[in-house]
Design a protein around this ligand. Structure first.
Ligand SMILES: [Zn+2]
Length: 347
């Protein structure tokens, strides 16, 4: 069940004695312990046995004004997730006539049309990958049969994101505790430059190199970022943790800061390799381009020589002074042959 209330021993004892739902006439009466998101269970198994659903208070309510036990007093329509065919039971105080309807606030936040589970749907999709709000709305429709417009999806996302992240973080912390994941003492640190809402930002991240545990991951404005901030960030986040090695790239600012934190410094192996190879690769690429050009030129020259040799093939020996055209061609051939000899040598 998707109820927000944790099921305690008290509730379990209650359930044994009190039903969670019952049928009366053509109505399905459902206690407000059951989330509207779980109503499809009844729809699947009992849809022929009722024409509408009536929510009632699991515990008979007391009057908020005088404290007397309240009695049933009809019902009022309700539209959780904008669904039709659902009502909420109304109660009345026999002493002071105050009325009150069944509360669904465990599942639906006040003034909202949608259950918490539906409001958080788009955030769940977000953790899988980027989707436009329109697409999220379409998936919610397909998955839950709920028509919701993209502005509402956006509103839910901005309203629930903080709560959702906190909740997920708590779940993760619990999981880490269960799995007995402890900081190893070997950490990677790096920065990333990015834009957020048009502002230049820096993201600082420190991650356990052995367990992949994120020690901290923080985005700040670039104007707030300097050596002092970096030092505070590292100092604060490593406080109380085992300190063996901090791995960073080769930025010249790191050694002095890391020395102050009393942890051994190691350059990231990837960066060592990269720093050593980048100049070599640049040179190799240049040479490869030159080799390619030379080979192409030699081939082109050879073809031109062949073409030039075709002229006056039947004539042997030195050309006559009057045969200026042939003379010119022979000169050209010699020039090309000389160039090819030089290029081959270079190759
Ligand atoms: Zn009363």
């Amino acid at each position: 069940m998707n109820s927000v209330k944790p099921i305690t021993t008290n509730i379990i004892n209650d359930i044994v004695n009190k039903p969670l739902y019952y049928f009366k006439n053509d109505q399905l009466n459902v206690s407000n312990i059951i989330s509207p998101n779980d109503l499809d269970f009844f729809e699947e198994y009992y849809c022929n046995y009722y024409s509408e659903i009536v929510y009632y208070e699991y515990n008979r309510p007391s009057c908020p004004k005088c404290g007397s036990s309240m009695n049933s007093n009809g019902s009022r329509p309700a539209k959780p997730n904008k669904w039709d065919g659902i009502r909420k039971k109304q109660y009345i105080c026999p002493e002071c006539n105050k009325t009150q309807v069944t509360k669904l606030e465990d599942h639906i936040q006040r003034y909202s049309n949608y259950t918490r589970a539906i409001c958080q749907k788009s955030l769940e999709y977000e953790s899988i990958g980027y989707l436009p709000y329109q697409k999220k709305a379409e998936i919610i429709k397909v998955e839950n049969g709920i028509r919701i417009n993209r502005q509402t999806v956006y509103y839910h996302e901005s309203k629930y994101s903080e709560h959702y992240i906190t909740q997920k973080e708590e779940e993760l912390q619990k999981l880490l505790k269960e799995m007995n994941v402890e900081p190893s003492g070997i950490y990677c640190y790096d920065e990333e430059y990015l834009h957020e809402n048009g502002e230049k930002c820096v993201r600082l991240a420190i991650i356990d190199a052995v367990t992949n545990l994120i020690i901290n991951d923080q985005v700040i404005y670039q104007e707030d970022f300097d050596k002092e901030f970096m030092e505070i960030f590292l100092k604060y986040n490593l406080e109380g943790l085992p300190k063996k090695i901090l791995i960073t790239d080769g930025h010249p600012a790191y050694p002095a800061i890391i020395e102050k934190i009393c942890i051994d410094h190691q350059l990231c192996i990837f960066h060592i390799i990269k720093n050593q190879r980048t100049p070599s690769f640049r040179k190799i690429n240049k040479i490869n381009t030159r080799i390619h050009t030379i080979k192409k030129t030699i081939k082109k020259n050879e073809e031109e020589i062949k073409e030039l040799q075709k002229y006056g093939k039947e004539k042997l020996g030195r050309p006559k002074d009057s045969d200026k055209k042939r003379k010119r061609k022979i000169k050209k051939i010699k020039h090309l042959e000389k160039e090819n000899k030089r290029l081959k040598k270079e190759l």
